[in-house]
Ligand binder design. Structure first.
Ligand code: FAD
Length: 459
């Protein structure tokens, strides 16, 4: 670069919450001449998968008070809610409950879109954020960084990139021609009211999928299936509890015993378990990183489902809707696993083995929604991740979950090329808590600092 040239931009790939907030934080931290390219393959920027929904029953599963996009401005989202005007469906998307105020996810999407619009127009200074509405297909190492290539045939010289492509989904999930996308109600097709719909998974995505099916007009029977059939807990008023001292705890059984003891202490003080679980949040990543690999594997096998249902809780109105469905028999929650699926023209015959049973059981369903968890990177069909793995620029994270990264979120691969960072749910194997807004907003702020430091060092 000569003194008259602008420095190469930094690219952020993916414009969901992770990419949007990384871009906004980068604009605040990088030198004023450095532009940021925010690349998104979907039609809208800012909302990503979680906040694009227009269904007012799709509520945030974190209280509005804890959904600020900025770690140093905790009231930012609550203030935005208080200062904005809403009408129609939007107005019904704010629910005040004894457990806190919960907003519809679509409203949160509008909040993010507002933040992005302000960033694109440049705030007080000249605009430095460029939106590229195209799928990124490759990052080719080049002098001074990479050449970023897109599906539409464009190429951009960039100094480095941030991978913010969200969760990779679960390619190990059952395949059937009757399978539909829980996030795309248009894929549900015409559902017969007297035939069953199967949701694979019983976590928060299942809660959303039930709401989506009902809003789609399906009144019939839904079966939700997971290995243990555990449902997410609901939010309730929480009394703060001091962070437990976990020094020296380096096995899963010691960890479980320690948490149980702490919950008993809270109970003896007349308080519930929620404060104890919430108190662990600041140390969860450290605890995860400090566990030996064999213990991390034990956690994934035995403790994770229990951790998830206590840690990732449903908004009270959403949990009540599920309880009501179960009481009426319109939602049946089963514990077991799928052994096989045979498609016929009109339905899928799912052979399942109920938990603890010695024999299989057939279940005829008209539609299957995959609401299972995280996908394995090695099995992904994501074109960009596959390309970057072929180039040796990235590699799977621990247990094949997400991408490997250093403590300052720099991607780890077998080849040393231009600077590349990872943010959001793709860090799931490295950082345990990396999928919710309160975690990602910290990552985005920290990452912007790391990028600024790296790019300020003459190459
Ligand atoms: C349904 C749902 C509800 C949730 N609710 C909450 C909640 O209430 N509170 C909370 O704290 N967290 C919630 N979460 C957690 C959520 O993971 C984070 O809040 C956050 O939305 C993750 O955003 P992301 O940008 O990492 O991923 P995504 O939202 O998936 O965004 C990734 C983006 O990258 C784009 N992309 C991917 N590959 C490419 C490519 N090659 N080129 C260009 N673009 C690409 C995709 O199109 C997508 O828009 C929820 C998650 C889901 C799925």
């Amino acid at each position: 670069m000569t003194s008259r040239e602008s420095p190469r931009p930094i690219a952020v790939i993916g414009a969901g919450f992770s990419g949007t907030m990384s871009a906004i934080q980068l604009l605040a931290r990088l030198e004023p001449q450095r532009r940021v390219l925010l690349c998104e393959r979907a039609g809208t920027f800012g909302r990503g998968r979680a906040y694009a929904t227009g269904n007012p029953d799709h509520l945030l599963n974190v209280r509005a008070a804890n959904m600020s996009a900025f770690p140093d401005q905790p009231e930012h989202f609550s203030d935005w809610l208080a200062q904005s005007t809403f009408d129609g469906d939007e107005a019904s998307g704010i629910r005040v409950t004894p457990g806190g105020t919960f907003a519809a996810r679509g409203l949160y999407g509008r909040y993010l879109t507002d933040l992005l619009t302000r960033a694109v127009t440049g705030g007080d200074g000249p605009p430095r954020l460029d939106l590229v509405n195209d799928a990124v297909t490759d990052l080719e190492p080049a002098p001074g960084g990479f050449t970023l290539r897109t599906e539409g045939g464009a190429s951009y010289p960039i100094a480095g990139a941030v991978l913010a492509m969200g969760n990779l989904g679960a390619p190990g999930a059952p395949r059937s021609r009757h399978q539909a996308d829980p996030w795309a109600p248009e894929s549900f097709g015409r559902l017969h009211p007297d035939r069953t719909v199967l949701i694979v998974g019983t976590g928060l995505t299942m809660v959303d999928a039930v709401a989506a099916l009902r809003r789609h007009g399906f009144p019939g029977r839904i079966v939700a299936l997971s290995r243990r059939g555990l449902l997410p807990s609901a939010h309730a008023p929480v009394q703060p509890w001091p962070m437990p001292d976990l020094t020296g705890v380096n096995t899963v059984s010691a960890l479980a015993a320690r948490i149980r003891r702490e919950i008993e202490r809270a109970g003896a003080a007349g308080l519930g378990w929620r404060g104890v679980i919430d108190a662990l949040r600041p140390v969860t990543d450290t605890v995860w990183r400090d566990l030996p690999a064999s213990e991390q594997a034990r956690f994934l096998r035995h403790l994770r489902p229990f951790w998830d249902i206590h840690r990732h809780r449903a908004a009270p109105p959403a949990a009540e809707a599920i309880a009501d469905e179960i009481a009426r028999g319109t939602l049946v929650v089963r514990a077991g696993r799928i052994r096989s699926i045979t498609d016929t023209a009109a339905e899928a015959i799912v052979t399942l083995r109920p938990r603890g049973a010695a024999e299989d059981e057939p279940l005829a369903v008209q539609c299957i929604l995959d609401a299972t968890g995280i996908g394995r990177v090695a099995e992904t069909d994501d074109a960009l991740i596959r390309r970057l793995m072929e180039r040796g620029l990235v590699r799977p994270g621990p247990f094949g979950i997400g991408l490997d990264a250093s403590a300052d979120l720099a991607a780890r691969g077998s080849v040393q090329a231009g600077p590349l960072w990872v943010v959001g749910p793709l860090l799931r194997g490295v950082l345990w808590e990396c999928t919710a807004v309160p975690d990602i907003r910290n990552q985005a702020a920290g990452l912007a600092g790391a990028v600024a430091r790296t790019l300020s060092v003459p190459g």
